[in-house]
Design a protein around this ligand. Structure first.
Ligand code: GSH
Length: 212
């Protein structure tokens, strides 16, 4: 059985959503940092960075990195149809956007939420946060433009990148303003979160605030 190390509403949500959609047995191990910022031992053992998500595969192998795990699982369960197969012409676009989200928007979110980690200047956090928010706005504009008026980033069919983008959308500091600025992202978000397995995961993670 899979064991997902996660935290409600965090980067583990996309992994949980794929596992739930696949209908494969899994358990979620919630791993909160202690109030003084210590990483719990059980998480440190599987991810030395102390970050979620981490996934223990049924054979005991450990995976970290949300995009790698998501790509792996979607390929492992082709029946759920959340990733174009390797030879599909849409594969390049799929990989481009999921990696774009993971390496740009996710990382910029971390700078916005934990600015002090990204500067050695005691008073530098404010500037890091402000620069991150400007950068994030641009990164979302690029993604929203790529989405355009299509239902999903690849067109008619939902893929893992859409679930990933929906998760990241909930991390905006002002989600209603974000959806107001990008109504196409709102429409995509509503489609993704209407999927029964994904709706279940959203509810379990108490992420239903932004549903219509
Ligand atoms: N590159 C990693 C980033 C993971 C990450 O930053 N996770 C956050 C939660 S969304 C975390 O565990 N932060 C706790 C920390 O860094 O102390 C991934 O994509 O999985």
């Amino acid at each position: 059985m899979y064991r997902l190390y996660g935290r409600p509403g965090s980067g583990s949500v996309v992994v949980e959503a794929i596992l739930e959609t696949a209908g494969t047995p899994y358990e979620v191990e919630l791993v909160e940092r202690s109030p003084d910022g210590q990483v719990p031992e059980k998480l440190a053992r599987v991810n030395p960075l102390g970050q979620v998500p981490a996934l223990r595969l049924p054979d005991g192998e450990i995976m970290t990195e949300s995009a790698a795990i998501s790509i792996y699982l979607a390929d492992k369960y082709p029946k759920i149809d959340l990733a174009p197969p390797v030879a599909d012409p849409a594969r390049s676009r799929y990989l481009r956007w999921i990696v774009y989200l993971a390496t740009n928007i996710y990382m910029t979110d971390l700078r916005a939420y934990y600015p002090d980690r990204y500067t050695t200047d005691q008073n530098g956090g404010k500037c890091v946060k402000s620069a991150a928010l400007t950068r994030m706005a641009r990164e979302w504009e690029i993604y929203a433009e790529a989405l355009g008026e299509k239902p999903y980033i690849l067109g008619e069919k939902m893929c893992v990148a859409d679930i990933y983008a929906a998760m990241l959308a909930t991390w905006n500091l002002d989600v209603p303003a974000f959806f107001k600025k990008h109504p196409n992202m709102r429409a995509m978000y509503d489609r993704v979160t209407a999927h029964p397995a994904i709706a279940k995961v959203w509810a379990r993670n108490e992420m239903e605030d932004w549903k219509n």
